[in-house]
Write a protein that binds this ligand. Structure first.
Ligand code: HEC
Length: 397
């Protein structure tokens, strides 16, 4: 299904389901495809009871209906504008809790995160405890794929869905996996006789998420009411039970005292939290994989060796475009290593493999730069590029 078809279907579904507002209704949107939807339903029921409101739940499919492209951030705006006062269950990166103009977020009512999962009985507490070269399962386009799989001890085995990543652990294809904790909890609930795992919290940045409710300006009063009710649940100890077993322990238990509004970003995708939003969305943290000097040198090497076929502006002549949505697309499913392999073994098409390792590496830096990746302090290496399982997706406008 194409992106636009998916979007219009979704829009139609939302219109059909729009509920007229009544003064005493607590209208919430809940992502029914979320592994922790059960928790959000319990929270909504308790809040409605405390605030004396009639609960109206609008369910939506935050996985974009199984489409590759995920759930565009715009749809959250639409939900908050039309279908409900609060969109529950939104995971916001605790490391950088702002962005996405237009919507506000309540203080967190739970914390969730990506965790290290091992077969029961294993004793490693951290990625640093593993021997170099340990096979670890991660899910394509999730935070672990982007950030944690670069750990020197880890050989990332990248799977398309969280379910497949869990399966790789169950079948011992990998030694450990990096998973969204609620997904694992959901798996354990739905497979009561299945294998049990040891779960460890990750300390890496971007591992922890604040679970918030999003709202548009007109939902402000409801948001304040929601936060007051959460505060009461936190004080009388019920919140801990309501968010178990999905949430991580932590300051969310003191929700209601964090205060202040925050803006949110993030997007859900096929299986779970995604750092890389839909193509073309620019406002997000991307890993810095190369230095500015490398990209500059790569620009020159590209001009002499590649531009005659791929175009000075990379939009393609005899060879295809090397930047933009048609190149680094979700569908192409490129990792840095995939593109680097093509470049270093097949290119230039007329004289494959004739450039030096350094030239190929610098050209790769240039390609990353042209596709919207930021420069940083650490240089890209030839070996690193060959191994990098970082997804390559176009992030320009
Ligand atoms: C003589 C023309 C020519 C030159 C020079 C050339 N390429 Fe290519 N390149 C092609 C063609 C044609 C294809 C498509 C090949 C195919 O699909 O099998 C291609 C494919 C690619 C692809 C894969 C694109 C995709 O979407 O699958 C990459 C990446 C690439 N080239 C990079 C480079 C780089 C980097 C250089 C310079 C080092 C270079 N090319 C030099 C002609 C050229």
């Amino acid at each position: 299904m194409t992106h636009s078809v998916m979007r219009s279907l979704l829009a139609a579904a939302l219109c059909a389901a729009a509920v007229p507002a009544v003064a005493s209704d607590l209208r919430v949107c809940i992502d029914k495809t979320s592994d922790s939807a059960m928790m959000d339903r319990r929270i909504a029921q308790s809040v409605a009871r405390i605030s004396g409101n009639h609960l109206v739940v609008h369910e939506f499919k935050g996985d974009g209906g199984g489409d590759d492209e995920g759930f565009p951030l715009k749809n959250f705006m639409r939900l908050a504008a039309k279908s409900c006062d609060l969109v529950l269950g939104f995971p916001m990166d605790a490391t950088r809790p702002d962005a996405l103009a237009g919507l506000s977020a309540t203080p967190a009512y739970a914390h969730m995160g990506f965790v290290l999962v091992e077969p029961r009985g294993m004793t490693e507490r951290d990625l640093a405890d593993f021997p170099k070269g340990t096979d670890v399962g991660v899910t394509y386009l999730t935070t672990p794929n982007l950030y944690f799989a670069a750990h020197p001890n880890v050989i990332a085995n990248v799977f398309d869905t969280e379910r497949q990543t869990i399966a790789s652990l169950v079948t011992h294809q990998v030694r450990a996996a990096l998973l969204w904790r609620p997904t694992l909890v959901h798996y354990e609930i739905t497979h009561p006789g299945g294998e049990k795992f040891t779960v460890r919290e990750l300390t890496e940045p971007h591992a922890r998420y604040d679970i918030v409710a999003l709202y548009a300006a007109r939902g402000q009063g409801t948001a304040a009411e929601f936060d007051r009710a959460i505060g009461q649940l936190a004080r009388d100890g019920r919140l801990t039970k309501l968010v178990a077993p999905f949430a991580l322990p932590g300051p969310a238990m003191a929700a209601g005292i964090t205060g202040g509004q925050r803006h949110a970003e993030r997007v859900n995708q096929t299986d779970r939290i995604i750092v890389v939003a839909a193509e073309g969305d620019t406002d997000q943290t991307l890993p810095a994989l190369y230095t500015a000097a490398q990209a500059q040198a790569g620009h020159d090497a590209f001009e002499s060796n590649c531009s005659m076929c791929h175009g000075k502006d990379l939009t393609g002549i005899a060879g295809p475009a090397l930047k933009g949505k048609n190149f680094a697309s979700v569908k192409a499913h490129f990792h840095v290593s995939d593109v680097f392999r093509i470049v270093s073994t097949n290119m230039p098409a007329t004289q494959p493999g004739t450039l030096s390792h350094q030239e190929y590496t610098e050209i790769m830096a240039f390609l990353l730069q042209q596709n919207g990746y930021p420069a940083g302090n650490a240089p890209l290496t030839y070996e690193g590029a060959l191994k990098s399982m970082t997804p390559l997706l176009y992030h320009g406008s």
